[in-house]
Write a protein that binds this ligand. Structure first.
Ligand code: ADP
Ligand code: MG
Length: 411
């Protein structure tokens, strides 16, 4: 498992604040927000980037900001322009954010040269460059050449070795500069790392969502560390099948049944599956549902949520916990008839937190579920990076973090 990254990598606190005035600092943030008709939708990720930017601005740095948005195919595509993000960021900071519609080349360089201390310049979408996702060295060099200090604050892409994340960090260091973690990245690693390193017991993890395939590595990595691993969502169906239960027309990953069986054997009573479920003939927003024991699913029914007995059982485990990690809704919470299981989990996690437990939630849909349940502000930490937090929980090294300067390194 990863040892304490917060101990090992430099952060903003390692920078000499007095020397930053007038220095060009390149910040890779995760400003990958949804756009609707050319305007920013949910601006959570922009807000999450503010602490680092405000700190740098306060120190008088000249800030060059890089981010990707969406999945343009390595070429300019107006539908994925960061222009609207620059405008929204400016509103949130209460000061204009400059925008360059070129991410590289002479236009980008002269926009950087024109920066005054405290100014922020957002360059166009990094993924308009063909070399970005391939981690191309020439592109990393181009960006690294813009400044002397690199700050990676893009936790959501830390699990990818791209030119603007890993490549640039290595290149800035090669040139004698320093590459540090921003406030958001630091906070994510503190909470996720803290939950994994020295979890106070009882340590309870809840995993749900649609697919076992994306999360089996997390199951495997968490099992030896947790006291209980509660499984819900469609993931549970594959385990039910492994137990020989008939799940009707429920979503099952047939090619993972064997894996589920092995995992159950290995886990013993640490792995807890639902005992009952909410079923319906059609999984729709106006479905007629019934609650059945897990061996009572009819051949023409599908499972859409965990049942009432399961909610009580899971809630009891969760509220008694001192450390809680949650990823994935335990039902189709987007639809009214299948919402209550996930809401019950969310409330239990909030209650545990009120009682002093450390709670960490990862995953975009889970974060939305916590909002729906009205408990988002009661949890210790909601991770902004779905894929990255899952990989971290699964014990993977995040290349965007690995590439940063070591805390012990002199510079
Ligand atoms: P996160 O984004 O938090 O990591 P996932 O993307 O893994 O979560 O899973 C969320 C999705 O899983 C939701 O869209 C939800 O509707 C779906 N889901 C949960 N339970 C079931 C179920 N029993 N059947 C089908 N889909 C389910
Ligand atoms: Mg999701």
């Amino acid at each position: 498992m990863p040892d304490a990254p917060r101990m090992r990598k430099k952060t903003l606190d390692h920078l000499d604040e007095g020397k930053l005035r007038g220095t060009v600092v390149i910040v890779r943030a995760d400003l990958n927000v949804p756009l609707h008709d050319g305007a920013v939708g949910d601006d959570t990720r922009i807000r999450a980037s503010l602490p680092t930017l405000q700190w740098l601005r306060g120190a008088g740095a000249r800030v060059v900001l890089l981010s990707h948005l969406g999945r343009p195919r390595g070429a300019p595509d107006p539908a994925f322009s960061l222009g609207p993000v620059a405008a929204r960021l400016g509103e949130l900071l209460g000061r204009e954010v400059r925008f360059s519609d070129q991410a590289v080349g002479p236009a980008a360089r002269s926009a950087v040269e024109a920066l005054e201390p405290g100014d922020i310049l957002l360059l166009e979408n990094t993924r308009f460059q063909a070399g970005e996702t391939a981690g191309e060295e020439a592109l990393a060099k181009e960006w690294a050449g813009l400044g002397e200090v690199f700050v990676n604050d893009a936790f959501g892409t830390a699990h990818r070795a791209h030119a603007s994340t890993t490549g640039i960090a290595l290149e800035v260091r090669r040139r004698g500069g320093v590459a540090v973690a921003g406030r958001l990245l630091e906070r994510e690693l503190d909470f996720l790392g803290g939950a994994l390193e020295k979890p106070e017991s009882p340590f309870v993890a809840i995993l749900g969502g649609a697919k076992i395939s994306g999360k089996i590595d997390v199951v495997r990595a968490l099992l030896p560390r947790v006291d209980r691993l509660l499984i819900g969502g469609a993931m549970a169906n594959t385990f039910f099948r492994a137990m020989g239960l008939d799940v009707g027309r429920s979503l099952v990953e047939e090619d993972r049944v064997e894996m589920a069986r092995d995992t159950m054997e290995e886990a013993g009573d640490r792995l807890v599956l639902p005992v009952d479920c909410v079923v319906a003939k059609e999984l729709t927003g106006d479905a007629t549902t019934r609650v059945v024991s897990r061996d009572g699913v009819a051949p023409d029914e599908s499972i859409g949520d965990v049942g009432t007995a399961t909610r009580e059982m899971f809630a009891a485990e969760i509220t008694a916990a001192r450390t809680v990690v949650w990823n994935g809704p335990v039902g189709i919470f987007e639809m009214d008839p299948f919402r209550e299981g996930t809401v019950a989990i969310a409330r239990a996690v909030a209650e545990a937190t009120d009682r002093g437990a450390l709670s960490v939630l990862g995953g975009g849909d889970s974060a939305a579920a916590a909002e729906v349940a009205g408990v988002a502000d009661r949890l210790s930490h909601i991770s902004t990076g779905g894929g990255a937090s899952l990989e971290f929980l699964a014990g993977a090294v995040l290349p965007g973090v690995e590439a940063l300067s070591d805390a012990e390194e002199s510079s």
